[in-house]
Design a protein around this ligand. Structure first.
Ligand code: 1CP
Length: 361
């Protein structure tokens, strides 16, 4: 069932139905590169306070929608709300990223963890979703999200961001059973959280597996993909997008989860990715986020290249290969979004029948 939306390009593309132009949204489309975001964040006092205040979270979710011709809104929140709700003492130090006062290092730490109740422990997220749906007024669909169990575990065990992942990998190699116990708890938490988001009004959900790409193939299968399978099986009613950054080698296996779409980063060729997954899943991506530091003509060239690599027909959601960086000039974001719509028109429509959208639906 597709709700009546003024702009339903994203949901149409996810259902592999014809579109007039390729839908586009951008990871981290609300954030520090927008002066209006920095203003609200200053008013909130901190990033976490902003996430926990439904009115302000709603306001920043809508900022990029008001400014650019984006085809989707994404809930303004963070993947770390789940470990925050598990009592790990989450803070965001100014300019330094997340920190946990109580990282998970032992069996006792894992045994103490409970699955948060999304309606009570994360009720502020559900309130934000309801408010955003109301304020969006059906302009574009709303994407909800969660982190993958593996990616959440990296932050919880490391105690914050990491470059070497030494604590979580030591746990994985030395205490695989304990690691699986932690991942199982997180999987239950993610499924409950996403179901609650859908109940509150999220029309698409996305799972961010930002750190799946630091694993070997067998470890990716065992410690990340196995849990993504469970999540996809546990979610009903809305399309689900999986994104493993650095996951280009595993597209076929990700598609086997029966997810609706896979996000790919810029190190994977969009045309080859399409050949590999066929019609099994929709593809989302994949320009290098740093293209937004280039001049407008270069941005348009890059948009044209990725659209050309995907080729004719529906089943592509344009996006960056990872989040927008804070130093980007917002005007360049507008250039990219408009270029996607303008330059993708020839790839859709009924002309060029043999490879046209009609044959792909
Ligand atoms: O204002 C600030 O200083 C905070 C910066 C910020 C923002 C804008 C953080 C801290 N999180 C967010 C929002 C956010 N995070 C969104 C909002 C919706 C959007 O517009 O896209 C989403 C989807 C996320 C998800 C998220 N948080 C991920 C997965 C996606 C990705 O970027 O890989 C991860 C890994 C995080 C953790 C996180 N949150 C924030 C920071 C600085 C980090 C650490 C990143 C790292 O370890 O490198």
């Amino acid at each position: 069932m597709i709700p009546i939306l003024k702009n339903d390009r994203l949901l149409r593309a996810l259902a592999r139905r014809p579109v007039d132009a390729t839908p586009v949204w951008l990871m981290r489309q609300a954030g520090r590169y927008l002066p209006e975001y920095r203003q609200i964040r200053a008013r909130a006092g901190s990033f976490l306070r902003l996430c926990e205040n439904p009115e302000l979270a709603c306001e920043v979710t809508l900022q990029p929608i008001d400014r650019f011709a984006l085809d989707a809104a994404i809930l303004f929140s963070d993947i770390l709300t789940i470990p925050g709700a598990m009592g790990l003492g989450l803070t965001f130090a100014e300019g330094e990223g997340p920190r946990f006062a109580h990282p998970i290092r032992s069996a006792d730490d894992v045994n103490r963890l409970g699955v948060p109740d999304p309606e009570s422990d994360l009720g502020y997220v559900m309130d934000a979703i309801r408010l955003i749906r109301h304020e969006l007024d059906a302009r574009v669909p709303l994407i909800g999200f969660a982190g993958s169990p593996w990616t959440l575990a990296t932050y919880m065990v490391e105690g914050g961001s990491s470059t070497d992942f030494r604590h979580i990998k030591a746990m994985m190699f030395q205490e695989p059973d304990l690691t699986h116990r932690l991942l199982t708890i997180l999987t239950d938490a993610v499924i409950g959280y996403l179901r609650a988001q859908i109940h509150a009004g999220a029309q698409v959900v996305m799972v961010f597996d930002t750190w799946g790409g630091v694993l070997s193939t067998p470890d990716y299968r065992a410690f990340s993909l196995a849990y993504l399978h469970r999540i996809v099986a546990g979610i009903r009613g809305v399309p689900i997008i999986l994104f493993t950054k650095g996951g280009g080698a595993w597209l076929e296996e990700m598609a086997d989860t029966d997810c609706d779409a896979i996000g790919i980063d810029w190190t994977t060729d969009m045309g080859k990715a399409r050949k590999r997954v066929g019609k099994k899943v929709v593809l989302q991506g994949n320009v290098d986020p740093c293209i937004l530091y280039a001049r407008p003509e270069r941005i348009r060239q890059e948009v044209a290249r990725v659209l050309g690599e995907f080729g004719r027909g529906t089943g592509h959601i344009f996006n960056l290969g990872h989040g927008i960086q804070p130093h980007v000039d917002p005007e360049r974001v507008g250039v990219l979004v408009d270029a996607v719509h303008e330059l993708s028109i020839p790839y859709h429509g009924s002309s060029g029948s043999a490879h046209g959208t009609a044959s792909r639906t």
